[in-house]
Design a protein. Structure first.
Length: 154
């Protein structure tokens, strides 16, 4: 009978949110754990690309490191959000408090907000020279000049 009681306790621990396992996998494997073949991986890659574009496209090494941390935090935060939304209740009735995962989620959200604040909240445009702008907007102009000269009659 004693064995049955211990096995029941074993199963009660099986319903954990898995945050620590996910954190360990991300920290151990780094960006390699974010598989771009999955929907989540593609969404995170797009978010990373959009974030870099918002910073002007050419980021420094320090900014790239903060961006990597922000992407990992976003992965963890989104995973916790999905788990929290599938729970029946977020309140521990016996203790009359929210479950610990809610507090951990808030800490992750605060960390992500700090990373984004370090990067800056305003969108930065990429600086281009006049020659680059004209080349992108109108092409090299060689064909147009030849046609214009041929149509002009003295």
């Amino acid at each position: 009978m004693k064995q049955a009681a211990t096995s029941l306790n074993h199963f009660s621990n099986a319903t954990k949110h898995g945050l620590n396992t996910l954190k360990r996998a991300v920290n151990t494997l780094g960006n390699r754990v974010i598989d771009r073949r999955t929907v989540t991986g593609r969404a995170l890659a797009k978010w990373r690309k959009d974030l870099i574009q918002d910073l002007g496209g050419d980021v420094s090494t320090q900014q790239a490191a903060v961006i990597d941390l922000a992407v990992k935090s976003k992965l963890l935060l989104d995973s916790i959000d999905v788990w929290l939304l599938t729970q029946e209740t977020l309140v521990n009735k016996r203790k009359k408090s929210v479950i610990p995962a809610v507090m951990q989620r808030q800490q992750l959200a605060d960390g992500l907000a700090r990373y984004l604040a370090q990067l800056g909240l305003e969108r930065k445009t990429k600086q281009v020279s006049l020659e680059q702008y004209l080349a992108e907007e109108y092409g090299n102009g060689q064909d147009d000049n030849d046609n214009d000269q041929a149509e002009v009659k003295p």
